[in-house]
Design a protein around this ligand. Structure first.
Ligand code: FMN
Length: 261
């Protein structure tokens, strides 16, 4: 089987999922490729993906697929397009996230061909307490490209997608129960903030607005992705959580991507 068209779908507030999706696509050597970046908005109608080899990449939040990504992915359908489901996690663990993603895309009509769990710099990583800083790095990107090449080989050895044996990935069902979300959000140092509104532009859940008193992050809407912290041009945004020190202390030893073929 051969596919000329590749379609990327990703939710990626701090870009690590997107980077891996692109690297896999490079390995696939497609003639044409298109993308659905669902980081900032939910598709306004159901989108059908047909005849396209698809890569779906999303981050792990609390050992599960980020909830906003799940909501947005539910707007896609396929009639048996092959898919490469991928999760990015911050060097702690991805627990049930890859299984949850594989189950979801199967329910939506895709057929998982191969899957992967890659490591991305943790959203809560800071310069003084790094957690997987700089990941994915060159080695990760190479591994992602190789995954793309392996998918091509696997597909070319098949006469029909019906010949694919159901993909087994790490993870359990019932999935890990989600912990209660603490209503907390990054804060702004008003001395540094120039009110350029870039944080408002890049926030995936429209959680930030300007009030008379300065920038306001609505803790009920904020998903703590920390895109605004990492990308504020003035370094005016911080997210203070005890998880940063705990993760830095316990999960600094390098983990490697895991592939399911
Ligand atoms: C709310 C939240 C929960 C997270 N939970 C986990 C986790 O359970 N395990 C882990 O290793 N990383 C966890 N992370 C880190 C992200 O999975 C990681 O930074 C990922 O690379 C972000 O993807 P993105 O760059 O595409 O946004 C979490 C991040 C956030 C914001």
């Amino acid at each position: 089987m051969h596919y000329n068209r590749v379609h990327l779908i990703y939710f990626s507030p701090t870009h690590t999922s997107a980077k891996i999706a692109y690297a896999i696509a490079e390995g696939l050597d497609a003639v044409t490729f298109s993308e659905s970046d669902i980081t900032h908005e939910t598709p306004d109608k159901i989108e059908n993906v047909e005849e396209e080899l698809t890569i779906i990449a999303v981050p792990v939040y609390g050992g599960r697929v980020a909830e906003t990504a799940i909501e947005r992915l539910r707007m896609f359908r396929s009639n048996q397009a092959p898919v490469i489901p991928v999760v990015l996690y911050g060097n702690r663990d991805y627990e049930d996230a890859l299984k949850e993603l594989c189950d979801l895309v199967t329910e939506l009509g895709f057929i998982p061909v191969m899957a992967g769990a890659f490591i991305g710099e943790h959203s809560f990583s800071r310069k003084d307490m790094p957690i997987a800083a700089g990941r994915p790095d060159d080695m990760d990107i190479q591994k992602a490209m190789t995954l793309g090449k392996d998918v091509l080989k696997k597909l070319s050895s098949l006469r029909s997608l019906e010949d694919i044996t159901p993909l087994q990935v790490k993870g359990n069902f019932p999935y890990k129960i989600k912990g209660a979300s603490t209503p907390q959000a990054p804060v702004t140092d008003e001395e540094l903030c120039t009110q350029c509104e870039y944080c408002i532009e890049i926030c995936p859940t429209d959680a930030i607005s300007i009030l008379d008193t300065g920038m306001f992050s609505n803790p009920e809407r904020c998903i703590k992705c920390c895109a605004c912290v990492k990308e504020c041009p003035e370094g005016a945004r911080t997210f203070d959580t005890p998880y940063t020190a705990m993760l830095h202390k316990n999960f600094s030893a390098r983990k490697e991507p895991e592939l399911f073929i």
